[in-house]
Design a protein around this ligand. Structure first.
Ligand SMILES: Nc1ncnc2c1ncn2[C@@H]1O[C@H](COP(=O)(O)OP(=O)(O)OP(=O)(O)O)[C@@H](O)[C@H]1O
Length: 319
C-alpha cells in the first residue's frame, strides 16, 4: 500500500474548440498523502473540475502523468475506479427509489454481494445520520439530506479516496455546518483521504489540512490554511470616518501604507495590525483627524485568495 494517494507530474489538459485551444490544466505537479483532507481552490475556470475529471479517470490527460492509489489513471483505470469515490455536483442519488435501496443498488453495482451491500448501507445510514430518512423516496428529501445520501453513495464501496466536488453548494448555513461535521467524522473514523473543491473559503479553512490553490491551470499555492494566511495576507485594518473631509485628511497619514476606500471607510492591509493601529491613531491624533470606528481583523482565506489571484471568491459567488 502506497502512502502517496495522488501524484501528478506535469499533468496537462488542452481542449480544442473551433480551432481555439484552451489550456485548462498546465503542468500540474500535485501530491496528496494517504489520510489527508485537502481543499482544491481556484476561481471559476481555473481548472479544478478538469483536474478532478482526470484524477477520476473520466478524462484522459493531454500530457503528463497522474497516479491514484499507486495506479496510473490512463492505463489502470479499473484499479483506480475501485479505490475512489466521486461525489459531483447534483449527481448521485436518483429520485424514485428509497434512499436505502439506492445505496444497496449502488453497492451491487460496485460488485458487493446483497448481504454486504445491505450491511454497508446500514453502516452509512448510521454514520451519516440518515436513519430517519433512509426509507423515504429520494425525491422527498431536503437538500441537506440529499447531499448526505450522495456522500453515502460515494462511500458505499469503502473507497480509500473520496473526491467531493463542491459538497455544500446550494445548502443553507445550518445544513452546511451539519454536512461539514459529517465529513470531519468520516475522515476521522475511517481515515479516508478526501479531496474537496469548494467556493466557501471558510469551509476550506475549517476542514482542510492543506489548501491547494490553482489559477489558469497552474498551481499557485500549496500549504496549510494557517501558513497561507501568515504568508500571503496581512491583518485588515478598517477605519471609518464621520465625513469626507476627515477621510481625505486621514489618507495623508497612513504611514505610506496603501489604503483602499469604500464610502467613508479606509481599509489597510499590513502585518502586526494591532501595533500598527496604535501608531496610526497617534498620527491621526497629532493631525487632529477624528476616526469614528477602528477594526482590526486577522486575515481569512478569502484575503489570501484575493492576494494570490487578484479576485475574491466571495465576489464571484455573488456575481
Ligand atoms: N470539455 C471542454 N471543452 C472545452 N473547454 C473546456 C472543457 N471543459 C473545460 N473547459 C475549459 O477549461 C477551463 C477550465 O475549466 P474547469 O471546468 O476545469 O474550471 P473550474 O476551476 O472547475 O471552474 P468552476 O469553478 O467554474 O467549476 C475553462 O476555461 C473551461 O472553459
Amino acid at each position: 500500500m502506497t502512502d502517496t494517494m495522488i501524484r501528478t507530474s506535469a499533468l496537462t489538459k488542452r481542449f480544442t474548440v473551433k480551432k481555439e485551444t484552451v489550456e485548462a490544466v498546465r503542468g500540474l505537479d500535485l501530491r496528496v498523502m494517504r489520510g489527508e483532507m485537502v481543499a482544491l481552490l481556484g476561481p471559476n475556470g481555473a481548472g479544478k473540475s478538469t483536474t478532478l475529471r482526470m484524477l477520476t479517470t473520466l478524462l484522459p490527460p493531454t500530457s503528463g502523468e497522474a497516479e491514484v492509489a499507486g495506479f496510473d489513471v490512463v492505463t489502470r483505470q479499473r484499479e483506480v475506479r475501485a479505490r475512489i469515490g466521486y461525489i459531483g455536483q447534483g449527481n448521485g442519488a436518483g429520485h424514485s427509489q428509497r434512499g436505502r435501496d439506492e445505496l444497496i443498488s449502488q453497492g451491487r453495482a460496485y460488485g458487493l454481494s446483497v448481504a454486504d451491500a445491505r450491511r454497508r448501507a446500514q453502516e452509512l445510514i448510521d454514520s451519516l445520520d440518515l436513519g430517519a430518512v433512509a426509507d423515504r423516496v429520494v425525491s422527498s428529501l431536503s437538500g441537506g439530506q440529499r447531499r448526505r445520501l450522495d456522500i453515502a453513495m460515494g462511500l458505499i464501496h469503502a473507497p480509500e479516496l473520496l473526491f467531493l466536488d463542491e459538497p455544500s453548494t446550494g445548502l443553507d448555513p445550518q445544513n452546511r455546518a451539519n454536512l461539514q461535521e459529517h465529513v470531519v467524522r468520516m475522515h476521522a473514523e475511517h481515515g479516508t483521504t478526501i479531496v474537496l473543491t469548494t467556493h466557501y473559503l471558510d469551509e476550506a479553512d475549517a476542514l482542510a489540512d492543506r489548501v491547494i490553490v490553482i489559477d489558469h491551470g497552474k498551481l499557485i499555492a500549496d500549504d496549510t490554511p494557517e501558513r497561507l494566511k501568515a504568508d500571503h495576507a496581512g491583518d485588515r485594518i478598517t477605519l471609518t470616518f464621520d465625513s469626507e473631509d476627515e477621510l481625505r485628511r486621514a489618507e495623508g497619514h497612513t504611514l505610506g501604507i496603501t489604503a483602499a476606500r469604500t464610502g467613508l471607510t479606509l481599509t489597510l492591509r499590513a502585518d502586526g495590525g494591532r501595533h500598527l493601529v496604535q501608531k496610526l491613531m497617534r498620527g491621526f491624533d497629532e493631525a487632529g483627524v477624528h476616526v469614528s470606528a477602528v477594526e482590526v481583523a486577522r486575515p481569512t482565506l478569502d484575503d489570501v485568495f484575493l492576494a494570490l489571484t487578484g479576485r475574491s471568491l466571495r465576489e464571484e459567488n455573488q456575481a
